[in-house]
Design a binder for this molecule. Structure first.
Ligand SMILES: Nc1ncnc2c1ncn2[C@@H]1O[C@H](COP(=O)(O)OP(=O)(O)OP(=O)(O)O)[C@@H](O)[C@H]1O
Length: 514
């Protein structure tokens, strides 16, 4: 009889005429999470988070709603943030929001029993960084961008699922105490967080920036590599953790396990995240990703990784293609092309799927003056390249494929030559080119001169990075399940704006690169 009286009254309930609650998944500080069926959409399983009964104040309602909104906006930009699809209040006026249901393991379970082998560590670390980076880059509300600080990065706020095409996929949950930078400071100035993962400045209740998340990330990376915590407080009290985060030096990897084989540069990176002074930490997640990149190359972690948003600045000279006297190489096949008759003879850029006898290639066709093409060719030792992909899923899945060429001699103090193409992931062409970019690892730029469109003047083969291919794959997977509301032009505008925002910094980086 007692069991019946304790039965959760929510189980079996049909919420908002749409979500049938099946079972309680768990309880956190802010509320309960249930598994439910979306009956409107044929029984798709979702997870629903309700705000706890004890927290039904106006302030907490606002915070809860802001968590839902933050997650909803961020999850359109990163696969590593749990997707939020709906928000509402039940009959008792308790607010809830609806998320994708993640069947998988809590990250705490994955790392509690063991330290992770290096390739797996690198794959997971990159995904976690990608999710946090997306939050730090911020969300746009009413035309303004607000960076988000998570403030509670820890293993129990991450879930790891298995994606059939992708392998292990990490998702960040729980933006409950995240904060919009520049928003009302009084809203979050008291201490909130998890003692063992909080930065020194967070313990002080100080104004935080993204470097506080970098400290918490450092604690977690340490735990992932060693299976142990970097700091140990005498008691699990606020005072004791306050002293520990401020004054206790983190343990070295060797002191935990002398036979642990972790590259020194990785240990140094983790230790720098744990610096007490914010200025001594990596200043951005991009810095951490940059430091991880050579390790990924060395330990071949790419199958497991997802990735960083775009960006690969090559400080290598552009090398002209070598023509082979044997059967037609891709470069040679490109060289034999002529400017399409249905395209104007004008300075334009477009993407094209090039079918050669041997293979199918992703290419960009560009028409410039003879002089500029010669400058690119002749100045190859002085050229610098930038390749990047930006993506938005909402309102319509679209990729902006950016290549920039900067010639130290000819572009000095002027803008690089930007080549930009949109790939609409809901079209056959957009999807096919994305697939080629992932599978072939290379793409080709075909230069045609205004003065002589009959002949391809120059072919420039370019390599994508493993991280970029991994990111493209994620975008393709996400776009397949994404319902577009048919506003492709709006997505182009969003990407154009984002590009314009990044453009000065990229140009500057190209100009100063050694
Ligand atoms: N979208 C989801 N799919 C599947 N399980 C989920 C989902 N969101 C949360 N959970 C699970 O529900 C439980 C409660 O999550 P919640 O985020 O409320 O709290 P918590 O992270 O456990 O604790 P705290 O709020 O104190 O940090 C956890 O076990 C979490 O893994």
């Amino acid at each position: 009889m007692q069991t019946r009286s304790r039965k959760d009254p929510r189980i079996g309930q049909l919420l908002s005429n749409r979500y049938q609650l099946i079972e309680l998944i768990g309880r956190g500080a802010m509320g309960q999470v249930y598994k439910a069926e979306d009956v409107l959409l044929g029984g798709v399983i979702v997870a629903i988070k309700f705000l706890a009964q004890t927290l039904l104040t106006r302030k907490m309602r606002d915070r809860f709603r802001s968590e839902a909104r933050t997650c909803a906006l961020l999850s359109t930009k990163s696969m590593h943030i749990v997707r939020v699809m709906d928000y509402g209040v039940d009959e008792q006026e308790v607010p809830y929001y609806v998320m994708e249901y993640l069947q998988g393991s809590s990250f705490s379970d994955i790392i509690s029993s063991q330290n992770l082998p290096l390739p797996r560590f690198l794959g997971l670390a990159r995904q976690i960084c990608a999710g946090i980076q997306c939050a730090h880059q911020g969300i746009t509300i009413d035309g303004s961008t607000y960076p988000i600080i998570h403030r509670d990065i820890k293993p129990s706020n991450l879930l790891v699922t298995q994606d059939p095409g992708f392998g292990e996929l990490v998702k960040i949950l729980d933006f409950g105490i995240s904060k919009l930078l520049q928003a009302d400071v009084s809203q979050t100035s008291s201490y909130m967080g998890t003692l063992a993962y909080s930065s020194p400045e967070q313990m002080e209740g100080r104004e935080l920036d993204s470097r506080s998340d970098i400290y918490s990330l450092g604690v977690m990376l340490f735990e992932m590599l060693t299976g142990k915590m970097p700091l140990q407080a005498d008691t699990h009290s606020f005072g004791s953790w306050y002293k520990t985060h401020h004054f206790q030096p983190p343990r070295t990897f060797e002191s935990i396990n002398p036979s642990l084989k972790v590259p020194k540069m990785l240990e140094n990176l983790v230790m720098s995240c744990l610096a007490k002074d914010v200025n001594d930490r990596p200043q951005t997640i991009a810095d951490i990703l940059k430091a991880l990149e050579p390790l990924e190359q060395r330990y071949n972690a790419t199958r497991q990784i997802s990735h960083r948003i775009g960006e690969a600045l090559l400080r290598r000279p552009v090398v002209a293609p070598v023509r082979s006297p044997d059967a037609l190489s891709p470069d040679e096949a490109c060289q034999l092309t002529t400017w399409p008759k249905d395209k104007p003879v004008a300075q334009i850029v477009f993407p094209h799927i090039l079918e050669t006898k041997r293979e199918t290639l992703a290419t960009i066709w560009v028409m410039l003056s003879q002089q500029e093409i010669e400058n690119i060719q002749i100045g190859k030792l002085y050229n610098r390249l930038y390749k990047n992909f930006l993506c938005t899923m909402s309102p319509h899945p679209m990729i902006l494929w950016i290549t920039a060429l900067y010639n130290q001699i000819h572009h000095k103090d002027s803008d690089p030559r930007w080549l930009r193409c949109y790939l609409d992931l809901k079209t056959e062409q957009g999807e096919k080119i994305s697939r080629l970019l992932i599978d072939k690892e290379k793409y080709y730029i075909l230069f045609f001169a205004l003065e002589d469109p009959q002949h391809c003047a120059y072919v420039l083969p370019l390599q994508t990075t493993p991280a970029q291919r991994s990111q493209l794959l994620q975008w393709m997977i996400t776009s397949r399940t994404w319902t577009s509301v048919g506003k492709a032009a709006l997505s182009k505008d969003i990407l154009r704006d984002e590009f314009e925002r990044l453009r000065p910094a990229i140009a500057e980086e190209l100009q100063v690169a050694q």
